[in-house]
Design a binder for this molecule. Structure first.
Ligand SMILES: Cc1ncc(COP(=O)(O)O)c(C=O)c1O
Length: 399
């Protein structure tokens, strides 16, 4: 039976973060008290004015197919967003709306990557980049980084990874899973390398743009280096900023030729994103932006609590983040504490079984020896989780 499946499907694995969440749900269904710190989505409801826009759209009959690349209204809202937040100007033919940023990235890879092309992915990476590339027959070239360099690749590492086969470099800042963001200066240094390689396309995944609270404000590589304009693709969406993960709206801005190719792919797969979700996304982007600050403030508060508590635990190495709702501590010393635990996957299993705490092993993000801890959950849950992790780690030696 397996042999009957396409080779491209056999080359990939299901999303590991979704798998952890599913295992935690299974245990919870058996009555086990589980605190999930594995989720990759805001724990807030979509703000009311956005929901109301969706209801109005239904009542007004906006229930038919839209243009493949998105409604003119939403595209205008996206163009305004780029001017407002990023000082970047795009024309309507340089924008396409898709069913989530994940879908945007998929369409981009389908439009650009040929079999045996190389795509540079700095690790720790978002779980879907390598598998999506493999689906296209392309080869992920992983640049390894660790906590001693704050998980940021150096210009020299980037330069060393570029070959004649490199088609795309993907950047994600602030990063899932590390919560670390590149500064404008660091991006400038990477851009200086890229200017020497005019055939490399740069995709910047800005989905956590608005959950950045560091002193230095968010920048992407195009904002700091306009000379990359003819080969830089900006990917963003409403999922994280506006607590709209279920609505499935993401968008891409970039050179018209690439956007047209993505549109062709989308026209032969999903067609337009949901018309009602598009109306809601338009209201999100055009409406009062204070909802973003409220949510980001909550993530920041939880972050400060969590980092302070984790830093008190012996053996862990963890640094403050610039944004997102994740932290990515190095737990090599915890693994060494018990001979029966050999890696981050077994440690995550131990935490789930022993303490009812669901976290994602760093291996899922190309970084063994780490754990991704999400704080998209209430302070009360976080306090309980910290107590349970403390007790479980104290017990680890004699487990
Ligand atoms: C780095 C990164 N990019 C893209 C996405 C996809 O977001 P969306 O819900 O818009 O598909 C996620 C979601 O977890 C993410 O973490």
């Amino acid at each position: 039976m397996l042999n009957e499946l396409a080779a491209r499907v056999q080359a990939i694995k299901p999303s590991p973060t979704l798998a952890v969440a599913a295992r935690a749900d299974e245990l919870a269904a058996t009555g086990k008290d589980i605190i999930s710190l594995s989720v990759g989505e805001p724990d807030f409801d979509t703000p009311a004015h956005i929901c109301e826009a969706a209801v109005a759209a239904i009542k007004q009959g906006q229930t038919r197919y839209t243009a493949v690349e998105g409604t003119p209204g939403l595209k205008r809202a996206i163009i305004q967003k780029f001017i407002r937040d990023n000082q970047l100007e795009f024309s309507p033919n340089e924008i396409i709306v898709s069913c989530g940023a994940k879908h945007s990235i998929y369409n981009l890879f389908a439009a650009i990557l040929n079999p045996n092309d190389e795509i540079i992915i700095p690790a720790p990476y978002w779980v879907s980049y390598p598998d999506m590339a493999k689906l296209m027959g392309a080869h992920p070239v992983i640049i390894k980084t660790d906590h001693t360099q704050r998980f940021k690749m150096s210009p020299a590492q980037l330069q060393a990874a570029i070959t004649d086969k490199t088609r795309i470099l993907i950047l994600n800042s602030p990063s899932n899973p590390t919560g670390v963001a590149y500064s404008a200066k660091e991006l400038e240094a990477l851009a200086a390398v890229l200017l020497e390689y005019p055939d490399v396309i740069i995709a910047t995944d800005d989905i956590y743009e608005h959950t950045q609270w560091s002193q230095e404000k968010f920048s992407n590589i195009l904002m700091v280096c306009p000379a990359l304009r003819n080969r830089c693709i900006v990917i963003n969406g409403v999922s994280k900023a506006y607590a709209m993960t279920g609505w499935r709206i993401g968008y891409t801005a970039g050179p018209a030729k690439i956007i047209a190719a993505m549109k062709k792919v989308q026209s032969q797969s999903t067609s337009n994103p949901c018309s009602i979700a598009q109306a809601a996304a338009e209201a999100a982007l055009n409406g009062d932006q204070s909802c973003i600050a409220k949510m980001t403030h909550a993530y920041h508060e939880r972050h400060d609590y969590l980092i302070a508590e984790l830093q008190k635990m012996p053996g862990i190495s963890v640094q403050p983040c610039d944004g997102t709702f994740y932290t990515f501590p190095c737990i090599e010393n915890w693994i060494k504490m018990n001979a029966r635990i050999n890696d981050d996957i077994q440690l995550a299993e131990y935490l789930l079984d022993e303490a009812g705490i669901a976290v994602v092993p760093g291996s899922a993000f190309g970084a063994p020896g780490y754990l991704r801890i999400s704080y998209a959950t209430s302070m009360e849950k976080l306090r309980q989780a910290i107590q349970r992790i403390k007790t479980a780690i104290e017990k680890l030696k004699n487990y």
